[in-house]
Design a protein around this ligand. Structure first.
Ligand SMILES: Cc1cc2nc3c(=O)[nH]c(=O)nc-3n(C[C@H](O)[C@H](O)[C@H](O)COP(=O)(O)OP(=O)(O)OC[C@H]3O[C@@H](n4cnc5c(N)ncnc54)[C@H](O)[C@@H]3O)c2cc1C
Ligand code: SF4
Length: 330
């Protein structure tokens, strides 16, 4: 844990929506979705920089710009899917302004939420005007009543790399605790207005690990995806984090098991589709897209890394005794 405190904010008890790069906050302000005050984080110390974490890991400050993250040689070498995703989402203008912390804590892009004329769970209301609507953007695997997919691509990278996040004053928490289980429809994450996201801590790279990112989107730039995946594979190890399908960033253990077993993915996604709580005609198309997206990343990575060889201390196989040839046939 770093010793970041924000004395100015705390002493003056200035709580409210934070502004980091402002690319999400200002959009919501213009849509009448934010009431003042907005607390600017630019002068808050301790949120900057990419640097080593204990044990060979990496600490990424919440104020690091996405373009900076994408270009960082340490990130590219040790956690390439994070660099690829940071350098591939949105567009260059946004990536030069938007911060890592803001990308993790941005609010949903659901059109009903962004419109001031609706008041859904996420806008402090008590219902979901999108419920039951057949819309291709909806998240068929959402567990709670909100069917908007979680918007953060980089949250998937944190899940795939088993990262932790540092919240001031709460401490170091798992990514799952940052986002919750999706049952609380009113929020995209668990950070309150009295807390700060300080940094993420990535564990050291695993031996033989590879990682990659792929998305199915209607255009290559400036668009949230229908489905996206981040894979992190190592011998005997698989993480498959999936976007566009859940209301919180989520891994899909069924796909991880299939990759490790070398099993086909279509039956796996068919089973997921059959039990998806919010599957509709449109969102059912996301399941085959998900299978193809995973296959594409695996192919680009050169396949699933082979399992580690058996330990060298295993007893050598004893050759079977030679069977004597039957008499009379020599
Ligand atoms: C055209 C377009 C396409 C996009 N496509 C994608 C995409 O595919 N995937 C994706 O993930 N994103 C996408 N984005 C969203 C973009 O990544 C976010 O708008 C951006 O990352 C937010 O960062 P920011 O620094 O501007 O956050 P801000 O707008 O400043 O803040 C966002 C939220 O985070 C909170 N916050 C920020 N920093 C902290 C902190 N340190 N502690 C506590 N709270 C904090 C704020 O209170 C606010 O609620 C897209 C955006 C655009 C415009
Ligand atoms: S899907 Fe979620 S964000 Fe969209 S209107 Fe419903 S509750 Fe609001």
């Amino acid at each position: 844990m770093s010793d970041v405190r924000h004395p100015t904010l705390r002493a003056q008890a200035i709580w409210g929506e934070r502004r980091a790069g402002g690319t999400d906050v200002m959009d919501r302000l213009h849509h009448g979705r934010i009431a003042a005050p907005i607390v600017d984080l630019r002068d808050v110390p301790g949120l900057d920089g990419v640097g080593p974490a204990p044990g060979g890991g990496l600490r990424v400050g919440s104020a690091v710009r996405l373009a900076e993250l994408a270009a960082d040689e340490r990130v590219r070498a040790g956690w390439p899917a994070l660099a690829d995703a940071a350098g591939g989402l949105a567009n260059p203008q946004i990536r030069n302004v938007a911060t890592f912390g803001g990308s993790l804590l941005q609010r949903t892009r659901c059109a009903w939420f962004r419109s001031p004329d609706f008041r859904c769970y996420k806008a402090g209301g008590t219902g979901c005007p999108a419920a039951g609507v057949d819309h291709p953007w909806h998240a068929p695997l959402s567990t709670g009543p909100c069917v908007a997919p979680h918007p953060s691509t980089l949250a998937l990278a944190l899940l795939a790399f088993d990262a932790k996040v540092e919240i001031e004053p709460r401490g170091l928490i798992e990514v799952a605790a940052l986002y919750g289980d999706g049952m609380a429809a009113g929020a995209e994450h668990t950070v309150t207005e009295e807390e700060l996201l300080v940094a993420a801590i990535l564990p050291p790279p695993r031996p033989g690990a590879v990682s990659g990112w792929f998305r199915v989107a209607s255009r290559g730039r400036a668009e949230w995806p229908l489905v996206e995946v981040i894979l992190h594979l190592a011998p005997g190890f698989a993480r498959v984090a999936v976007g566009g399908m859940h209301s919180v960033p989520a891994r899909v253990p069924e796909l991880e098991a299939a990759l490790l077993a070398g099993a086909p993915l279509d039956p796996v996604v068919a089973t997921l589709a059959a039990s998806a709580p919010h599957a509709s005609t449109s969102t059912r198309t996301k399941f085959p897209q998900l299978a193809r997206a995973v296959e594409i990343v695996v192919a680009r990575l050169g396949g699933v890394p082979a399992a580690l060889p058996a330990p060298s201390f295993a007893p050598p196989a004893v050759p079977a005794p030679a069977t004597p040839a039957p008499r009379g046939r020599r």
